[in-house]
Design a protein around this ligand. Structure first.
Ligand code: ZN
Length: 269
């Protein structure tokens, strides 16, 4: 379907946003996080206000797929940082909103990351706890049989510890080996949340769904245009993603990350 160039959002479509850690003034539980992927908690609160004013609020992908919250902006957090519980959860609760949190069982409860008790409390309050793989390792680095085991194990452990179904998978670093959609379905997942920019359309049955990364350099005006569905801005995000994807393929993941870290003066994630 052709995307409309109208600045108004078409009610049958929305965007899924990808966040990482939030930083708060008193407790910066995200000290080790790449600043590019860290947002001030106050900024996130302001964004939730923007989603209320310019769209149908904020909701998790899981709730949206269930048919609830049409028109909501979809909010996801990757990596399971401690700030999921300390910062994102209270702000979402205050806004009457929900989000999906993609966690790695291997990291849960280790320094800087949310604990199982915290994730359970969030799930019982209506938040969606989902899978980011068992370890935080790129899926492109596994042999196929090994990856299947990784995906199954992550889902079963999260379901057992949280007591809620796990149906969504977000690949670490957005790295997707070919055939991931089919493999994810075989391992009990319904959808894969990628890092490829784009819009989601209600009733779409694609396994792989797009997300837009909200990094520290995304200006409020850009975010607003994404939410309102301006095709040119999402096209720009797609182009940027395609350029980075090309650099990753040419250089390989490790060399790409070393180069990026050197250019930005940041530690590698
Ligand atoms: Zn990650």
């Amino acid at each position: 379907m052709q995307e409309s160039s109208s600045p108004r959002r078409d009610d049958a479509s929305t965007v899924a946003l990808m966040y990482h850690a939030l930083a708060t003034g008193d407790v910066d539980a995200s000290g080790s996080v790449d600043p590019h992927y860290r947002l001030a908690a106050d900024e996130f609160r302001a964004q939730l206000g923007l989603f209320r004013a310019h769209a149908g609020g904020a909701a998790s992908v899981r709730r949206w797929l269930d048919g609830a919250c049409a028109g909501a902006v979809l909010v996801t957090f990757d990596d399971g940082h401690a700030s999921d519980y300390h910062a994102a959860f209270p702000l979402l609760a205050e806004a009457g909103a929900s989000a999906d949190f993609f966690v790695n069982p291997e990291r849960v409860g280790t320094p800087g990351y949310a604990t199982w008790a915290q994730l359970r409390e969030m799930a019982d309050a209506g938040q969606s706890i989902q899978s980011h793989g068992y370890r935080h390792r790129y899926f492109t680095e596994f042999a196929p049989a090994e990856l299947a085991e990784e995906l199954r194990r992550a889902r079963l452990v999260i379901e057992e510890r949280i007591g809620h179904r796990v149906t969504l998978l977000a690949p670490p670093g957005g790295r997707m080996p070919s055939g991931l959609a089919a493999l994810a379905r075989e391992c009990g997942y319904e959808r894969v949340l990628s890092s490829q920019p784009g819009r989601l359309h209600a009733g779409n049955t694609d396994v792989v769904l797009p997300r837009l990364a909200v990094t520290a350099d995304v200006a409020p005006a850009t975010l607003r245009r994404w939410v309102e569905g301006a095709a040119t801005d999402i096209g720009r995000a797609r182009l940027r993603y395609a350029t980075l994807g090309f650099a990753k393929r040419v250089l390989g993941d490790r060399r790409y990350e070393r180069l990026r870290a050197r250019l930005l003066g940041q530690p590698t994630q």
